[in-house]
Design a protein around this ligand. Structure first.
Ligand SMILES: NC(=O)c1ccc[n+]([C@@H]2O[C@H](COP(=O)([O-])OP(=O)(O)OC[C@H]3O[C@@H](n4cnc5c(N)ncnc54)[C@H](O)[C@@H]3O)[C@@H](O)[C@H]2O)c1
Length: 326
């Protein structure tokens, strides 16, 4: 079922966080003294383009690096899930499982992402091990089999994102029950099966990070389109993340959720295809005046997946252009 795209010798990843050299407290204090401001802020306080350019090639906070981490993304063949995969490869991850309904689509997405990751970098395709796995997250057995493949391939798993999800717009009176049930099976039970299998495999190796993709709809009621079961499913995902976070906090497994606002993906494009005014309405309801691009979530997902968020669990990060605050 799984197809291995690119193989390489996989070095045993380190579970310990990268150590940043720190200045001693006394040397910091002297550098921060008012007489010594230049030592802290540099010779010139003016913005300097040459220095900015030099800093661009400098190293960034190592805790944000995903080097050596094995990552898994459900719903990773397209949309936001694919963007999360891209962000992981750009942040140093070289061992990635892309889990989606169709194995071929997951594998094709992996191949394309690896090609892109090699552009403008010193990496070559052989440096990456990316596998595509076919899986229906609404089936517990299917999720268990997907995780078994990841463990067979890499022997560990460090960061998991549950992004697979669907949305439909029906009024409450019109929504067929079998479709409501299917939506909960994917959005709620799928997220639960993914998180539970992730934790089962993370706990024996000291822990890991799980991110459930909820939505701003967990916090507000979207208008004008009716989507009560979807909104309720995302509120369930938000509270699921908090509840699992408490269950597993002392076992080293962190569980958070990422709540996007309106993003331009296949999921939303399908809705917008039937209603041209809707995009304008959504934009006008968003303080920043636009829909988000999938890459607008890259920083938040890397933060949650990496050691940079090591003291964060049970939290939600909303990335919605300000939608929820008005
Ligand atoms: N796009 C948005 O505006 C937006 C906003 C908030 C939250 N979200 C959430 O983000 C997540 C991703 O949405 P998207 O916009 O990328 O959607 P999308 O439709 O573009 O992609 C969803 C992916 O999930 C996969 N998938 C669907 N059902 C599955 C199943 N049963 N098993 C395995 N994979 C399955 C699909 O094949 C697809 O690759 C969803 O959970 C969605 O609710 C999206």
């Amino acid at each position: 079922m799984s197809s291995r795209l690119f193989a390489r010798a996989f070095p045993a990843p380190s579970t310990s966080s990268a150590v940043i050299p720190r200045a001693s407290t006394s040397s910091l204090r002297s550098r921060l003294s008012p007489r010594n401001t230049n030592a802290v802020f540099g010779a010139s306080v003016r913005w300097n383009s040459a220095v900015a350019e030099k800093a661009r090639t400098a190293k960034f906070l190592p805790d944000f690096s995903l080097a050596g981490k094995v990552c898994l993304v459900t719903g990773g063949a397209r949309g936001l899930g694919q963007e999360f995969c891209r962000a992981f490869l750009q942040s140093g991850c070289t061992s990635l499982a892309i889990v989606d309904l169709k194995e071929e689509e997951a594998a094709a997405a992996g191949e394309e992402l690896v090609k892109q990751a090699c552009v403008d970098s010193d990496m070559s395709p052989e440096d990456y091990s990316v596998i595509g796995i076919g899986c229906d997250v609404s089936s517990e057995l299917s999720v268990q089999q997907a995780f078994r493949k990841v463990m067979d391939t890499y022997g560990r798993i460090d960061s998991v994102v549950a992004s697979a999800g669907i949305v439909e717009n029906y009024t409450a009176f019109d929504y067929p029950f079998d479709r409501i049930k299917r939506l909960y099976d994917i959005n709620v039970h799928g997220a639960f099966f993914t998180a539970r299998e992730a934790a089962r495999n993370m706990i024996p190796v000291g822990g890991g990070s799980i991110t459930l993709v909820s939505s701003m709809s967990a916090n507000i009621v979207n208008i004008p389109q009716p989507q009560t079961p979807y909104n309720a499913s995302k509120a369930a995902v938000k509270h699921m993340a908090a509840s699992l976070a408490v269950e597993w906090a002392k076992k080293g497994v962190r569980v958070n959720c990422l709540a996007p606002g309106y993003m331009l993906t296949k999921l939303t494009r399908t809705i917008l295809a039937h209603d041209e005014d809707l995009k304008r309405t959504w934009e006008s309801l968003t303080p920043m005046g636009r829909m988000g691009e999938p890459e607008d979530l890259a920083g938040a997902i890397v933060f949650l997946a990496s050691d940079a968020s090591r003291f964060m669990t049970g939290s939600e990060i909303r990335v919605d252009g300000g939608y929820c605050v008005i």
